[in-house]
Every structure is written in C-alpha cells, then in structure tokens.
Design a protein around this ligand. Structure first.
Ligand code: G16
Length: 546
C-alpha cells in the first residue's frame, strides 16, 4: 500500500460551529485545508486499536466541491486503516440518509459533506462534519478535540491511488480498503416504509389530494421523486426543483419564506394544492405550508407531537419531547397535556443525541425548520412531510383546520425570528455585550407593557452525561411567558449573524390567526430598543424574517 505522509501547517479558524465546519468553497479549495480537518477528525475519534475492521459512511448534499472532497476523504480513510467505506452514488447522501445508513450498517461513523441551508456554487459555502455510530452529529467534546488537533497538525496521511468511480454503484478497492458505492435513496426509503403506512398515504393521493414539494435544486430531489411520486403515487410534477445541482440551480436552499417564496405564493393562491413543503440543501430541514396556511416550524413540532400516533411508528405514544431553547414553547403545552417530559436544549441537533439514545424523548425539533424522531439522529425533512401526510390522511382535515383546532386547544405561541446577516463581527459582539450587561438588573423592570420575570445567559446541563454548555443565548423572559432571545448564529460563513427570537403566548381564541409581525409588534420594538441594534450595527431592518 502506497501511503504518503504529507507535511502541512495548521489553518486558523477550523473550529466546528453549530453543525460542523462551514466555510466558503474557496477556503476549502486551498491545498491541505480539507485534508487537515479530515485528519483531525480521524485523530479525535481514533479508537485505541485503530480503524481496523471499521466501516465509515460518506456522502454529501452534492454541492460544489462535493466530488473532489469525496476522493480526498476516501484516500485518507484508506490510509487511516478503515476496512470499508459506504459512499452514496455520485457522492450523494442527504444528511438524514447518512444517519440512517450509519445506523443500519452499524458503521463506526460517517463524514457528511454539506453546508446545509447555506448557498452553494463556486462562490458559495462548503462544509464537513463527523457523525458517530449512533448516526448523530459528534458531541462538543469530540468537536473540541477535532479543533484542538487542527491547531497543532503538522502532517497527514493519504494513499497515492487513482480516484474511485463513484458514479456507478458497485464494490471497489482503494489500496486494500473496500469502497461500496451504494444507492443514495434505497436504505432511507426502506426506513420510511417501516415508520409510515405507505398504503394509507397512497390512498390519500388516490383520493385526489395534491401537493407540491420544493427540493430547491438540492439533495432531496431524488428522495422526493422516489418516495412521493413513485412509491406513494403523487402526480408527476409534485416535486419541483427536483434535480440536485452543484449550485442548487442558483437557488438558496434555505426553506424559509424568503427563499421558498415561489412555493409560498403558490400555496396562498387560488390554485393552491392541498399541501406544500420544502427541504434544504442537505435534506434535514422542512418547511410546511398548507393551502392558505403557513405553519411556523415551532408550531409544526407541536402539531406533530400532538398527533404523532397517526403514524404506526408512534402509535403507542411518545416517551418525551425536546426543543431547542429559542424554539417556541408550543410543544411544551402539548407535552403538558400528554403528561410527558419536555426538555430544553441549546441550538444544535447534537444536543438531542443523548436524550434520544437514552430513550427519554421520541420527537424533537427546532425553530430553524428542523423536526425529527428517534428513527435516526438527525433532523429529517422528508420524514416530517410523511408525518404531516399521515396526520392529514388519518384525520381527513386540512392543514388550516388542524392549525385552528390546535391553537383552540393549546393556545397560540406567536413567534418570529429576525436575522441580521453578515454584520461586522465586532459590532455583533458589541450588541451581545450590550444586552448581557443589562441582564443582572432587568428582572422586575417594566419594558413597555411587559414586566421582566427572568433574564439570563442560557446554560445547558445535559441530564444524561452531566456535561455543561454555557453561553447558549441571552434570554429575557416576561411574566406572561413572552420571551426575547438573542444569539449569534453558529452556521454563517461571512461576518456574524445576529438572531433575535420573539415569542408571545395568546390564549384567547378570538386573537388567534393574526398576522405574526403585527401580533408581536410591541415585543419586536422592545427587542430592538434593548439591544440598540440599529445604533450599534447601522442596520434598520433584519435581512430575513421567518
Ligand atoms: C444547524 C443545526 C441546527 C441549528 C441550525 C441553525 O442546522 O443542526 O440545530 O438550529 O443549524 O443554527 P444557528 O442558529 O447557529 O445558525 P443545519 O440545517 O444548518 O445543519
């Protein structure tokens, strides 16, 4: 075997963020940049007896630089001593599919090449992360160890071999390591067929139910075509933007009301299908829009939790649920009624892993358009659509009716997130410090018509492994349960993104279904006043409102 040891030097800033390392493609294209990080992953996770006999899963969302990165990882995995790599055909595996494949084949772990909802193409973003044997994103102690290694790396190893043809399924060899190029969709589809009643869902489409699924030119196209159109019989054309492309055909694959506007406008029009959904670059997020009814992600989590028994996999009920701290408290109310625990974790899917592994929760989700369950250890866009469809099939109700009834039962948590993107990093830190400095004196004070009940910097104490994660977001909680939360995003690649999350509970059914920004107007105003965001950053309005 021809293993080369290649000299290198550390790169600054290879610190994984909320979900792996994300940088501009041009940053990843620098010689050694990706290899340094891969070597650091291997160094951080290497068992005492090495990788002998171990299987690695590899795939990505097909964005620009995916295929080059696949070849680099394959050659490094071979040099590291892995026995086998399962790689998705054409280097494609959605993030949920990668998680499913890791679990099904009891792999050692997986490397996922994705920058998720970030834009792609030569001028866009690229990303990489490691998922462990449970199929979930590596916890902080591993991402910290990876980062430490990136700071001291001096060399890495790679076999000097020809590229593997990942365009054709089959079994290949690269310097003694088996490379199996697998169907990107089959294992994932098999899992969905175990969780959901595909006959019932076929019946739904046979009854004339119509849907549009926007794959946004990203990875879920092949999954959506196979599952919705071919397996469930949804009409041809149900899937829009269904061919993955390295630059997402110019789409920004973030399923929100800004970037999925075409879908939103369709669902609000007279020609609206019954149901609309979208997923992101790597297929783990979802956007749900019924005919004339947008479903905010936090509400979607609550509705799924309240109605999960509609799908066979959850027919016996839920052990518990979890949400990230900035996610609205809508699901808490459902958990209350069901008499099950509800956990509050920091932003980042990795924080759900321990709770899922320990069987404490069955469903979890986030305001950032992610919902998932214990079937894998990633959030899962197509799964969320299938669970929604199961609920619609079982109840025969429209999304609009389901939302109205849900709010009538549980009350409505009005919720919005205002993002200020690409803010100068120093200014963003100044905003956060300005808020932080006020926290100790805010409790008991009156802000507009609201009285501050609590103000803190969220710390998470993991109930399973006892680990503590500090500085997870600044919270101002009012005595009627309304909240303003401030965080800096951990997924951006240019400057800093300030996220302001705003929530107000409304119990009075006569006040449900109002326009969200209007319903939250006073709190929005207060959030700007407290943070002095305009004065410090010069930004008058957020870049994106979700
Ligand atoms: C990732 C994480 C999510 C998080 C989201 C936004 O999602 O897995 O848990 O909510 O980023 O994080 P931030 O607010 O730090 O930007 P994805 O879909 O980008 O992998």
């Amino acid at each position: 075997m021809n293993i080369q040891t290649i000299s290198t030097q550390p790169f600054d800033g290879q610190k994984p963020g909320t979900s792996g390392l994300r940088k501009k493609v041009t940053v990843f294209q620098q010689p050694h940049y990706l290899a340094n990080f891969v070597a650091s992953i291997f160094a951080a996770v290497k068992p005492a007896d090495g990788f002998v006999g171990k299987t690695l899963v590899l795939g990505g969302d097909g964005r620009y630089y995916n295929l080059e990165a696949v070849q680099i990882v394959l050659k490094m995995a071979s040099a590291a001593g892995f026995a086998r790599v399962l790689v998705g055909q054409n280097g494609i595996l959605s993030t949920p599919a990668a998680s499913a494949v890791i679990r099904k084949y009891q792999a050692f772990g997986g490397i996922i090449l994705s920058a998720s909802h970030n834009s792609g193409g030569v001028d866009g973003d690229f990303g990489i992360k490691f998922n462990g044997e449970n199929g979930g994103p590596a916890p902080e102690k591993i991402t910290d160890a990876i980062y430490e290694h990136t700071r001291v790396i001096t060399s890495y190893e790679m076999v000097d071999e020809a590229d593997v043809d990942v365009t054709r399924q089959g079994v290949y060899d690269i310097a003694g390591m088996v490379v199996e190029v697998i169907d990107s969709v089959a294992d994932y589809q098999e899992l969905m067929e175990q969780l959901f009643d595909f006959n019932a869902l076929r019946g739904l489409f046979q009854s004339g139910f119509t849907m549009k699924f926007d794959a946004m030119g990203a990875v879920t196209g092949p999954y959506a075509h196979a599952i919705f159109e071919r397996a469930l019989g949804a009409a041809a054309g149900t899937v829009m933007n269904g061919t993955p492309s390295p630059n997402f055909n110019g789409h920004h694959p973030d399923p929100n009301l800004v970037h999925a506007k075409e879908l939103y406008d369709l669902l609000m029009s007279d020609n609206a299908p019954n149901f609309g959904a979208a997923s992101d670059g790597d297929g783990d997020r979802n956007l749900i829009i019924g005919r004339h009814q947008f479903v905010p992600p936090s509400d979607s989590l609550a509705v799924l939790a309240a109605n999960a028994t509609a799908a066979p996999a959850y027919a016996s009920g839920l052990a518990g649920v979890a949400r990230s701290m900035p996610t609205s408290g809508a699901v808490d109310r459902v958990a209350d009624k069901l008499g099950i625990p509800c956990y509050e974790t920091p932003t980042g899917w990795k924080f759900f892993g321990n709770l899922l592994d320990a069987g404490k929760i069955t469903l979890c989700g986030e305001e950032s358009a992610g919902t998932g369950s214990n079937h894998i250890r990633e959030k899962d866009g197509i799964w969320a659509v299938l669970l929604w469809l199961s609920i619609l099939a079982k109840t025969g109700k429209s999304v609009q009716t389901i939302m109205k009834e849900h709010w009538a039962t549980y009350g409505q948590n009005y919720y919005t997130r205002h993002d200020y993107e690409e803010v100068d990093t120093t200014a963003a830190n100044d905003v956060m410090n300005h808020i932080k400095a006020q926290l100790p004196t805010l409790v008991g004070t009156q802000l507009g018509s609201f009285t501050v009940a609590a103000a803190d910097d969220f710390s998470y104490h993991d109930p399973i492994d006892g680990s503590v994660s500090n500085n997870q977001g600044l919270r101002i909680v009012f005595n009627n349960g309304s909240r303003i939360v401030y965080r800096l995003s951990g997924t951006g690649t240019a400057g800093a993104t300030i996220r302001i999350y705003i929530e107000r509970f409304e119990g009075n059914a006569a006040q449900h279904g109002l326009e969200t920004q209007a319903a939250l107007a006073e709190l929005i105003q207060l959030s700007r006043q407290v943070s002095k965001i305009e004065a410090i950053t010069g930004r008058v309005e957020p870049s994106v409102i979700t």
